[in-house]
Design a binder for this molecule. Structure first.
Ligand code: ADP
Ligand code: ZN
Ligand code: ZN
Length: 736
């Protein structure tokens, strides 16, 4: 018997090994093995079992890591599809996808059970005691010796003696490390009565689930329209039909209430939770509980899409527009796009939901590839919040000389009124830290990171200047590193400084801040959101984190301090992101009995992304944005692949980037254009230097995904320069 093993190395090749006789029974696709490779012992994954090998005298595998496979043939087909689509080696992809790590393996426990017998010989009192504590074979697969020890003390020798007499059978079974439970939750019966919009949407989804064929839906429901309830009902239906489901959310730590809602609905022990906040060992066990069919629902961030859910019938992608579904590093996959692929391979229903669908998804809906379900009204016909736009250019002119005038009089007055009504306010500022950046007044240079071509941001908490792209930071230095001038001035504003300003202006208010600086501790989000729900916070200041999926009835004011920060990014999706962010954060307001109010501060008051967000007009935004995209041949009207080339030495990198672009043009036949496929660049990346490496970008663009990917594949096969790394990003989302 032979196996083909994929190792986490940059090659498409898989390697043949012989299986020694004692391991033959345990061999299966989806198990990891330890095997000699390149003079070392390496862990790889079995991707095929065969009667013959393609090489002569293959080496032998040494050990099989798992008692049961981590995935089956259906998942393998899906993983292969992903690896091929993203031009990523299968072995490396498997390494990214599979849970566990070096020292994590499955655990087993010893069990004991009583054998049926009529004649019981004379026993010591202790032997009798233990024997009576054991369950009978046939009724149970035994009690674990660990559990017995808790009640009766160390019973190992007694059990062994009983086994010798033929009265007891000792067995072994797999154990699973439990999820840490925050509280005991049992299934709760009462569910809300669906409204007409929810009913209509659910009916179509249920029809698809019962048919059991692949179909993709877009549930376009405004914020607070009750989309989550529709997802939960669809999952109930799936379970009743004996199917499994995957429920993806952008960042599970930002939605602790969702987990509680799921646990209430399905019971805490019936859900596998897969995200980075759960330890690797527990995730590994959760994964295997799914594979064994003992659990049928997986909830988690993007990587939960890979989970080996049996008989997968439903994949829900909540907030499908969210950019965090795209992994930026290593295997740069998009979980929403791949959810559709997996749905097709498995014959499952895919349910994408959002108040602000990704342009691409809505485009697919207009083309009939995705079935559109619309819920245009909030629960209980609550109104959407009234949105005002404040022109900060006017405001600045009026208040010339007033330092730190980042809050308009309009917003200040609205905050004051909200506090007076004993209601709550959210203030969004998409920049962390204290001052956005610091500039030397004498030489004009900003304080920059040593490794990255970006400004350092001041953090008052620990009085350090920090790089937001690497872990470089310096302590409270106050002179220019360049000309030694002490005259340093602050430009812009971050969440930390905004918090201070709010505290100074509203000293009686209870102010808290939510950004990745305050939220790095486990459970910090949950604690803060709980405090907001308990109305122990009057004003919450934060980055886009505060825009995500929360539902707090007493929040009536939402202020967007600087809508321009996302608009000015060098990214063709800047307007789309801004529209989504503004709509989402606006949607946090007025979800209870009091109407909501939104104030957006900007230097671009006429911009269509802001105007359409003000009018809650998704379709208007979609029309305007698609017209621009079509004109520029950007997605959804073209396919993109971004190549990012990096090198620690500038001159070498620049030369290599030029050579790579030249090779691409040559492959297209010299003119740099063939059959609608084009090459742009190289250009210096917006982050021209990152973690000590200089960076360039080349953009491949084309009508068809196949042609563009073919070009990228050929480039990667031909191009190799020592010291130069090229990252291939199919359907890129981040352009920094
Ligand atoms: P969305 O995900 O669309 O923003 P949610 O699903 O969070 O909206 O629903 C908003 C609120 O309305 C939640 O508190 C939810 O429990 C409640 N809700 C949902 N459906 C109903 C219903 N049919 N009747 C009453 N309340 C509902
Ligand atoms: Zn840096
Ligand atoms: Zn200086």
């Amino acid at each position: 018997m032979f196996v083909k093993v994929a190792f986490p190395i940059p090659t498409e090749q898989v390697f043949d090994y012989a299986v020694p006789a004692p391991l033959a029974a345990a061999v299966a696709v989806g198990k990891r093995v330890r095997a000699p490779f390149g003079g070392k012992t390496q862990t790889g994954c079995i991707v095929a079992v065969a009667a013959t090998a393609d090489v002569e005298n293959p080496k032998e595998i040494m050990e099989i890591v798992e008692a049961r496979p981590l995935f089956g043939p259906r998942e393998l087909a899906f993983y292969r599809w992903i690896a091929a689509y993203y031009l990523y080696p299968l072995g490396k992809a498997l390494h990214e996808i599979l849970p566990g790590g070096k020292n994590i393996r499955s655990k087993t426990e010893k069990t004991a059970r009583r054998m049926p017998t009529s004649a019981v010989p004379t026993l010591t009192p202790r032997q009798r005691l233990v024997l009576e504590a054991l369950p009978e074979a046939g009724e149970s697969d035994g009690i674990s010796l660990a559990a017995l020890r808790r009640d009766l003390g160390d019973v190992r020798t007694v059990v062994a003696a009983l086994a010798k007499k033929g009265l007891v059978e000792i067995g072994e079974r797999e154990t699973f490390r439990p999820l840490p439970r925050r509280r005991e939750v049992g299934p709760k019966a009462d569910r809300p009565v669906l409204n007409a919009g929810q009913e209509a949407a659910l009916r179509e989804i249920v029809t698809s689930l019962r048919r059991g064929h692949f179909q993709t839906f877009l549930l376009h429901g405004v914020t607070g329209s009750g989309k989550t309830e529709v997802y939960l009902r669809a999952m109930e239906e799936t379970r009743q039909g004996g199917g499994g489901a995957i429920y993806l959310v952008p960042e599970i730590s930002l939605t602790p209430r969702l987990l509680a809602r799921l646990e209430e609905r399905f019971g805490g022990d019936n859900i596998a939770v897969l995200h980075s906040g759960v330890s690797r060992a527990v995730r590994y066990d959760q994964w295997r509980l799914l594979e064994s069919g003992r659990l049928s629902i997986a909830v988690g961030a993007r990587s939960a899409l890979f989970a080996p859910v049996r008989n997968l019938k439903l994949i829900v992608v909540d907030e499908e527009h969210d950019a965090s579904y795209k992994q930026d590093e290593r295997l740069p996959y998009h979980a929403r796009d791949m959810a559709i692929v997996r749905g097709r391979l498995e014959g499952a229903t895919v349910l994408l939901g959002s108040a602000t669908p990704a342009l691409q998804t809505y485009f697919n809906a207009t083309r009939g590839k995705v079935s559109l379900l619309v819920m245009p009204k909030r629960i209980a016909d609550r109104p959407l919040p009234a949105v005002e736009i404040v022109d900060m250019a006017m405001e600045k002119a009026l208040r010339e000389g007033e330092a730190g005038a980042v809050l308009s009089r309009r917003l200040l007055a609205a905050i004051a009124a909200t506090l007076q009504r004993r209601q709550q306010a959210l203030l969004l500022l998409n920049r962390r830290g204290y001052h956005t950046f610091l500039v030397c007044r004498d030489c004009g240079r900003p304080l920059r990171c040593r490794n990255c071509e970006v400004s350092l941001i001041h953090h008052a908490d620990d009085n350090r200047w920090k790089c937001h792209y690497c872990d470089y930071s310096v302590t409270g230095q106050s002179v220019c590193s360049h000309c030694k001038s002490p005259r340093i001035v602050a430009y812009g504003m971050g969440t930390e400084r905004l918090e201070d300003e709010i505290r100074a202006r509203f000293p009686a208010a209870r102010v808290r801040r939510m950004d990745s600086d305050t939220m790095d501790r486990q459970g910090a989000h949950e604690e803060l959101l709980q405090a907001l729900g308990a109305e122990e916070i009057d004003i919450l200041v934060g980055t886009q984190m505060i825009a995500k999926g929360h539902d707090f009835p007493n929040v009536t004011l939402v202020g967007v301090v600087m809508a321009d920060s996302a608009l000015n990014l060098p990214d063709f999706r800047a307007a789309e992101r801004t529209f989504q962010l503004l709509t989402q954060v606006s949607g946090r307001g007025g979800r209870g009995d009091h109407p909501g109010q939104v104030i957006i501060q900007t230097f671009n008051p006429g911009h269509y992304a802001l105007q359409r967000a003000k009018d809650h007009d998704y379709e208007g935004f979609y029309r305007e944005e698609t017209r621009l995209r079509r004109g520029l041949s950007y997605p959804p009207y073209a396919r993109l692949i971004q190549l990012t080339l990096s090198c620690p030495r500038q001159a070498e990198g620049e030369k290599a980037a030029a050579a790579l672009a030249a090779l691409a043009r040559e492959l297209l036949g010299g003119s740099g254009e063939r059959g609608g496929t084009t090459v742009a660049g190289p250009v210096e990346a917006p982050l021209a230097r990152l973690r000590g490496r200089y960076r360039w970008q080349i953009l491949l663009k084309g009508d068809g995904s196949r042609a563009v990917r073919g070009l990228a594949r050929e480039l990667m096969a031909r191009f190799r320069v020592p010291g130069v790394r090229v990252k291939v990003d199919v359907d890129p989302v981040y352009f920094m």
